[in-house]
Ligand binder design. Structure first.
Ligand SMILES: NC(=O)c1ccc[n+]([C@@H]2O[C@H](COP(=O)([O-])OP(=O)(O)OC[C@H]3O[C@@H](n4cnc5c(N)ncnc54)[C@H](OP(=O)(O)O)[C@@H]3O)[C@@H](O)[C@H]2O)c1
Length: 221
């Protein structure tokens, strides 16, 4: 029998962190280590997950380094601006591990990205964590989509970009467990496109009142 992988979620009490944690707990495929600075919210989230999914082992941990040390896979669910600080804390214990970048480096007006066009948040995280396998995903899915990734009758796509084949495969399984359709989009530099796709979706969502329930779907034969 395959061993259950352990996933640490850094920033677990945020919109995305909590949505990912709840969604990954549904099938009991993973052991979850939830990390946040907000202990009360963290304990609430752990209790909610334990009530709804008795088959998932879930732990609340107040230290990013400790959570990452115990994990096979680390999801950084903090704002882009906090990633340097998080990376410094987890660098040594994330060696050889998969680190998932979900961030979109938006400016405060949501009118542009703060990164230059020749890089991406994911590539910047890879530079900060040179001995880890950074994989981009879940940046084009809104937090609210995780409750039901079926939008307008279709399963929303979640794109995956990374340089390590095995890591990309493992992340595809995580994406499928969360109920999204995994699409491997290319190497980590494709994150430049994926992060701009979400900038556009956010702008269209605000303009057209999609209520933050929107996603990408490639239609094909
Ligand atoms: N919201 C979405 O629909 C969406 C969709 C796709 C991708 N994303 C990306 O997902 C990431 C998180 O977004 P969000 O909307 O979930 O933000 P959020 O609700 O503000 O949550 C951010 C989380 O990160 C924690 N955090 C902040 N600084 C930290 C630090 N230095 N160390 C440890 N934890 C820290 C926060 O805890 P404290 O409150 O204690 O600071 C909070 O738990 C962003 O990069 C965003 O671009 C968001």
């Amino acid at each position: 029998m395959a061993t259950v992988k352990t996933i640490a979620i850094i920033g677990a009490t945020g919109n995305m962190g909590s949505a990912i944690a709840k969604s990954l707990s549904k099938k009991g495929n993973y052991r979850l280590l939830l990390m946040s600075n907000e202990q009360d919210k963290l304990v609430d989230l752990k209790t909610q997950i334990e009530k709804s999914s008795r088959s998932t082992e879930v732990f609340a941990i107040s230290c990013a380094r400790e959570a990452s040390w115990e994990a096979d896979i680390i999801i950084v669910a903090t704002p882009y601006e906090a990633e340097k600080e998080v990376a410094e804390k987890i660098r040594e214990v994330a060696t050889g591990k998969i680190v998932i970048s979900i961030s979109n480096p938006l400016n405060s007006a949501y009118s542009e990205l703060v990164t230059s066009t020749d890089t991406s948040a994911a590539e910047e995280l890879q530079k900060l964590l040179p001995n880890s396998k950074v994989v981009k995903t879940f940046n084009t899915t809104f937090a609210a989509d995780f409750l039901s990734p079926i939008i307008d009758g279709k399963t929303a796509d979640a794109f995956i970009a990374g340089n390590n084949g095995e890591a990309v495969e493992m992340v595809s399984e995580i994406v499928a467990t969360a109920g999204f359709n995994p699409i491997v989009a290319g190497d980590l530099s494709v994150s430049r496109t994926l992060e701009r796709m979400q900038l556009l979706l956010i702008q269209l969502t605000m303009k057209n009142n999609y209520n933050w329930l929107a996603g990408w779907k490639i239609l094909h034969n």
